[in-house]
Design a binder for this molecule. Structure first.
Ligand code: SF4
Length: 364
């Protein structure tokens, strides 16, 4: 994929064992939506996110009391790196660092005077904890807004670099930058600017992107455009949905661009037309359910579900296994070659059987 060839050169940071930037794989992030003070619920959600393929989980830490949950999570033995999201209360950042959090996300502009920023930087430096500077359209400083008139891409970029410079003043470079906006074009343009002007790794995402359908589309455009430019070292697909669905969407997005090789099953299915001979729409839904139930969705192979034999095997010749619908039956094919026929009600069990065989031959 293009991304792997034109990837922007960046510094590398280490977030609790997961590297971001440099030549590391793009890390998928999500954020819990539990009350952080409810440690059990938060831990449970972190485990669900981790099982779904989330590399790094961010939790909001509004005050020192919530930081106690950081301690509990770290003591629980959960290995997924945890990012403490800090706004306003720098003491919550200090406590989180003390309890061994793996990264701190701050906006240096909203935690008070510079002595507080320095205190957070010193605490992070002492424990090798990276800091993510998070900037969005609502957080741009007054002096920068006055210069640009509104949170333009230039203003967002300047705000991020302004904060990076504050950390640099204290000799801190273990930094990641994120510039988010709910406006997709602004987010793309701002990240392109900051990518040109520094070598810090960048966390990308469209913020407040909306529900699953709209949010996935906005994220695919915003995140996808930047990845096609070689920009982006870690990402979050923000959705008004169960955070686990953010992880699934992120995996689908990376998979669609074939970044770092596939990170899950690639399903090629035709849109159906007047030639369609089987109920492909229902079949496709049932197939998705079957691969999740069988734990096969992360297998990096291509499976084709095609509606007819006229174009099916030819159009999906790169598929490791696939079917092309006929009347009451389907052709089974692999890499464009027909390997058998199967009755319509046997399509899914036959595909699953063959996928398991491929798994054994190629991946075990
Ligand atoms: Fe139509 Fe066949 Fe193409 Fe599917 S594969 S869209 S059924 S021509």
């Amino acid at each position: 994929m293009i991304y792997n060839k034109i990837r922007r050169k960046t510094r590398e940071i280490n977030v609790g064992g997961v590297k971001i930037g440099g030549e590391s794989k793009i890390a998928i992030q999500s954020m819990t939506n539990t009350d952080t003070k409810d440690a059990d619920a938060t831990l449970e959600q972190i485990k669900r996110l981790s099982s779904a393929g989330c590399d790094i989980v961010r939790i909001t830490v509004p005050d020192e009391e919530a930081a106690e949950t950081v301690r509990m999570i770290k003591e629980s033995g959960v290995r997924t790196p945890i990012v403490a999201d800090i706004h306003f209360d720098y003491r919550a950042a200090l406590k989180s660092a003390e309890y061994g959090v793996d990264k701190i996300r701050i906006n240096p502009g909203n935690i008070g005077d510079e002595s507080r920023v320095k205190a957070v930087v010193d605490a992070c430096k002492a424990k090798n904890i990276p800091i993510r500077i998070g900037v969005n359209s609502g957080s741009v400083e007054k002096h920068i807004l006055a210069k640009y008139g509104s949170p333009t891409p230039e203003a967002l970029c300047e705000s991020a670099l302004y904060h990076a410079a504050i950390l640099e003043k204290y000799n801190f470079y273990d930094t990641a930058i994120s510039i988010k906006s709910s406006d997709v074009s602004t987010m793309i343009a701002a990240n392109r600017l900051v990518a040109e002007r520094c070598d810090y790794p960048i966390h990308i995402g469209v913020t407040e992107a909306g529900d699953e359908r709209r949010g996935s589309i906005k994220s695919a455009i915003g995140i996808g455009s930047l990845l096609c430019d070689g920009i982006g070292d870690t990402l979050r697909v923000s959705l008004t949905a169960d955070p686990v669905n953010e992880v699934r969407a992120a995996k689908d997005l990376l998979n669609a661009l074939n970044v770092e090789g596939q990170c899950g099953m690639n399903i090629v299915s035709c849109p159906t037309c007047g030639r369609t001979k089987i109920d492909l729409i229902s079949l496709s839904g049932r197939f998705e359910e079957a691969i999740v139930a069988e734990g096969l969705e992360d297998l990096p192979i291509t499976v084709a579900l095609m509606g007819c034999i006229v174009n099916g095997p030819g159009e999906a010749h790169e598929a490791d296994i696939g079917i092309a619908g006929g009347k009451g039956e389907a052709l089974l094919f692999a890499h464009g070659e027909t390997i058998g026929k199967v009755a319509e009600n046997e399509i899914i069990p036959t595909l699953i059987k063959n996928i398991k065989k491929i798994k054994e031959e190629k991946f075990i």
